[in-house]
Write a protein that binds this ligand. Structure first.
Ligand SMILES: [Zn+2]
Length: 387
């Protein structure tokens, strides 16, 4: 191989050290800041690789969101509370999507970061926007802890430059907001591997039969999976579908939503991926050879998340990091005070290693029949693909 390695950039901001979502919310945990702490403990970020996130402007947000909704978030931030009408109309100020100081600025900053990431990808670099990945938000409402859909706005940036975009959603939940936004765009192919919505949020959609709108039939690929899905099943499926999709759809760039709630131990997820399995999935995507924008996403176990996203950055930037966590990383992880699973057998390893034991051999009984079902998708089937 004589290919020169693509450069990569990591997008962040000191603002994320402030915390958000108030108390008693699954996202009231350090995520982006803790990831940066672990990456820096490894000495794995140069000045040239770092980009300070800018906030998306109201005008940029309006490419997807309604003016009424943008103004409702601005108004809530300015007044320090959400008006009753705005709560009803836009689903903010609820238990799910609470008011917090910065309820407009923080998601606008994450969105600006993901748009910057798209711009880096247009310049041929890989980019990682860990504060992004808010895949559930819809034009006029917050949904599922997501206020602005930075993923949609990043993909729109790529579409304006006429790129064909493959979107791969690895979050444990169905990427419904992104899928809906591009349901009828034949130049955006959305793939989502997720907990079957029969038992998991958003409790509708995301079925095998949901394959795109009338103007873009076959441009969505949904993989609804059972509880307990682990490394071997997950990777077998990804390796089965990804080359076929890339071959038929021929994307120019790939956008990956890398929520970590599919990891074993996540308090809201029901899958059993190891960090190693999760990173193998990311490596498969990078291996396609196209510029990749990775965003963050869900992930409600801060230690699992920071370890996994450190690994994502290592893969994108072409670094080989030791598995053993540097002392400063272990200290940063301990300082979180997370002990919800301290009796679990894996707990001590969370502070010793950035990886946990993969289970790459155990193929489930349901997998062969499920793969045959997947083959019914137009992009895998014998029917010719029309884009
Ligand atoms: Zn999720």
């Amino acid at each position: 191989m004589t290919t020169t390695r693509r450069k990569a950039v990591l997008i962040g901001a000191a603002h994320y050290r402030r915390g958000s979502y108030g108390r008693n919310h699954p996202l009231a945990i350090p995520r982006v800041s803790l990831t940066f702490d672990v990456i820096k403990a490894y000495g794995a970020l140069s000045d040239e690789e770092f980009r300070v996130s800018r906030a998306a402007t109201a005008r940029e947000l309006a490419r997807f969101h309604t003016r009424e909704y943008i103004q409702a978030l601005q108004r809530s931030e300015a007044f320090g509370h959400v008006r009753h009408e705005d709560r009803l109309r836009h689903a903010v100020g609820t238990l799910e999507n609470p008011y917090f100081p910065g309820v407009f600025y923080t998601p606008a900053l994450a969105t600006g970061g993901s748009i910057q990431g798209a711009e880096e990808v247009l310049a041929g670099r890989h980019a990682f926007s860990p504060a992004g990945g808010m895949h559930h938000a819809v034009p006029d409402q917050a949904r599922g802890f997501c206020y602005f859909n930075d993923v949609v706005l990043a993909i729109l940036t790529l579409r304006e430059a006429d790129r064909r975009v493959l979107y791969l959603d690895l979050d444990a939940h169905h990427g419904d907001g992104v899928e809906a936004a591009f349901w009828n765009d034949p130049a955006v192919f959305t793939v989502s591997l997720h907990m079957d919505t029969a038992y998991a949020y958003p409790f509708r959609g995301g079925g095998l039969q949901d394959q795109g709108g009338p103007q873009a039939p076959g441009s969505s690929f949904n993989v609804p999976l059972p509880k307990g899905t682990g490394d071997a099943d997950y990777l077998a499926i990804l390796r089965h579908i990804l080359p076929a999709i890339c071959g038929r759809f021929a994307p120019d760039v790939i956008v990956v939503q890398a929520g970590t709630d599919a990891l074993h131990g996540d308090p809201l997820g029901r899958f059993r991926l190891s960090t190693t399995g999760f990173l193998t999935a990311i490596a498969e995507v990078i291996g396609v050879g196209l510029p990749v924008l990775v965003t963050g996403g869900g992930g409600y176990h801060p230690l699992l998340l920071a370890r996994a996203w450190t690994g994502v950055w290592a893969l994108l930037s072409g670094r080989t990091l030791p598995a053993a966590l540097p002392d400063a990383a272990a200290q940063a992880l301990r300082a979180v005070g997370w002990d919800a699973d301290e009796d679990e057998p894996y707990y001590d390893n969370l502070f010793r290693s950035r990886l946990d034991h993969p289970d790459t051999d155990h193929i489930s009984d349901w997998l062969p029949a499920f793969m045959r079902q997947l083959d019914g998708h137009v992009v895998l089937g014998r029917t010719s693909w029309v884009s």
